[in-house]
Design a protein around this ligand. Structure first.
Ligand code: GLU
Length: 310
């Protein structure tokens, strides 16, 4: 009774709005694998009444393909995947990443590192102590991972996950010696700054999650919910990006591709059979999406029908 009265009197924090995101790197056109991530993250956020944001992860200017970001955004529109808010580009956010790095350096949670790949080769590239034989003109910066550091987290599809970060990853890079910001730092700063509550992305990034949670804790940022989507495999069991099916999507024929990735997300084909265009597809998909059906194992494309059943 007393507890109930106190609850009524206490000002409550308003619940945070659900906000998901799709964060492509502009290294090429959208392909089936990226469409699966785009659709999965869109449905997951929208089915909860949330927002879906798009962020262009262009920190690595060397890997960027000119025009790819615009082509990816254009494809999303053609697939009916309209985003909320402004599209954010990581290339314009260096000051935020620098402030985060400075804060880690000041507190001794990050350090300057002159080690080269060669210096670390004997340790399989894993950094535990600086072994540099000479100073570099421009050092890298790493996050200090303490001995015995183990990170457990829950993934909505993969279940309980655990990584022994000191032994499996080591002190990881926050800013590279070539001056580029590392993905791990940029993604954590941006997810925090943008108020992202749901991180839904491909299973190839599940391995990065422990590092990202460590950084969130070090920067006093909230940890979002994580859901890693199945990778697409071709008929030979290879990751899609290495095969023919990684070719750019045909945006003139959006429906067959949408149906295919819907099935790869473990959702029943018949639920969206009546759709005649991407907009109808998305409203049927939203009404019928069940995240609990998403498979934890990779989805083999040849088991699905790549035709329009309507
Ligand atoms: N930019 C990454 C990629 O295209 C995705 C990062 C993320 O979703 O955390 O693979």
């Amino acid at each position: 009774m007393i507890a109930a009265e106190i609850n009524v009197m206490m000002p409550m924090n308003p619940p945070k709005p659900v906000r998901g995101r799709f964060a492509p790197s502009p290294t090429g056109a959208l392909h089936l694998g990226s469409l699966l991530t785009a659709l999965g993250s869109y449905l997951h956020a929208k089915a909860q009444g949330g927002e879906w944001w798009v962020r262009i992860e262009d920190v690595d200017r060397d890997r960027e393909l000119p025009g790819a970001a615009e082509s990816q955004l254009d494809s999303l529109r053609r697939f009916g995947l309209e985003w909320d808010g402004e599209v954010v580009r990581q290339s314009a956010r260096g000051a935020l990443y620098q402030a985060a790095l400075d804060s880690l350096l000041t507190r001794g949670l990050a350090f300057e590192c002159h080690c080269s790949r060669n210096d670390l080769a004997a340790n399989h590239g894993l950094h535990r102590h600086c072994l540099a034989r000479s100073r570099r003109p421009q050092p890298a910066f790493r996050f200090r991972v303490h001995p015995g550091c183990k990170m457990d987290f829950h993934d909505e599809v993969l279940g309980s996950q655990s990584q022994q970060v000191d032994r499996e990853v080591g002190d990881f890079v926050l800013k590279r010696a070539d001056g580029h910001w590392a993905y791990q730092l940029a993604v954590v700063v941006d997810d925090g700054a943008q108020g992202i509550t749901e991180v839904v992305r491909g299973a190839d990034l599940a391995d990065s999650t422990a590092r990202q949670i460590l950084l969130q804790k070090a920067l006093a940022l909230p940890t979002p919910r994580y859901l890693h989507l199945p990778l697409l495999l071709d008929e030979n069991g290879r990751k899609l990006s290495k095969s023919l099916a990684a070719l750019p999507l045909d945006t003139e024929h959006a429906l067959p591709a949408l149906r295919l990735v819907w099935q790869a997300l473990g959702q029943p084909a018949k639920a969206v059979a009546a759709a005649a265009n991407p907009q109808q597809f998305l409203s049927l998909a939203l009404a019928n999406f069940e995240p609990g059906r998403i498979p934890a194992r990779p989805s083999a494309l040849h088991n699905m029908v790549f035709t329009n059943p309507a």
